[in-house]
Design a binder for this molecule. Structure first.
Ligand code: ITT
Length: 177
């Protein structure tokens, strides 16, 4: 059984649908200020692996908006808590370029080995209004084609999402050992 260290129930549900057998551990870890999701994940993993014996994983994700030079990126959690989706839509008011992507980096470790990392991305656009009630976080303002991620069932989001990409890559690696 792998422990997935996260405070985010939506994340956990999406990962569990891919792995089947996972346990959520909401124990928190230090999210350092760094330029990349990989640096945040690997630093967090060192702390978490020292606290939890056995197989453990964590995931750091972010929304990267092209017209905002990649903002909120590694600051996505803080920006979601402060200005939220309405704030992002305001920042995008005069922007014609709506391109954005989500990236997910999952780190995995077990006793006796160095941590491994896998990533996934989904490319889409920032909409002009929030739509949909499913998912979490930035899902209502992130569109793939005409549909926001918050309008998709978990199953559909898991066909295309950044998280599904990183989690499937990890699962494939685990299954191939
Ligand atoms: P943990 O760190 O405890 O796992 P978190 O919600 O803080 O949970 P992140 O730091 O990885 O997770 O996420 C950064 C922000 O991006 C946060 O506000 C999330 O809600 C948002 N986010 C991450 N994945 C998302 C997704 O699939 N859809 C919409 N928003 C997402």
């Amino acid at each position: 059984m792998i422990n997935f260290v996260t405070s985010n129930k939506g994340k956990f549900a999406e990962a569990q649908a891919i792995f089947g057998d996972l346990a959520q551990k909401d124990i928190g870890y230090t999210e350092i200020q760094a330029d990349t999701l990989e640096e945040v994940a690997i630093f967090g993993m060192k702390e978490v692996a020292a606290r939890l014996p056995g197989p453990v994983m964590l995931e750091d994700a972010g929304l990267f908006v092209e017209a905002l030079n990649g903002f909120p990126g590694v600051y996505s959690a803080y920006v979601q808590k402060t200005i939220g989706n309405a704030g992002i839509l305001r920042l995008m008011e005069c922007q014609e370029n709506r391109k954005a992507y989500f990236k997910s980096v999952v780190a995995y470790s077990e006793p006796g080995m160095d941590a491994v990392m896998f990533s996934g991305e989904v490319h889409g656009q920032i909409g002009f209004e929030p739509r949909g009630k499913k998912g979490f976080g930035y899902d209502p303002i992130f569109y793939v084609g005409d549909v926001s991620l918050a309008e998709m069932d978990l199953e559909n989001k898991n066909q295309i999402s950044h998280r599904a990409g990183s989690m499937r890559a990890l699962k494939k690696w685990l299954d191939s050992r």
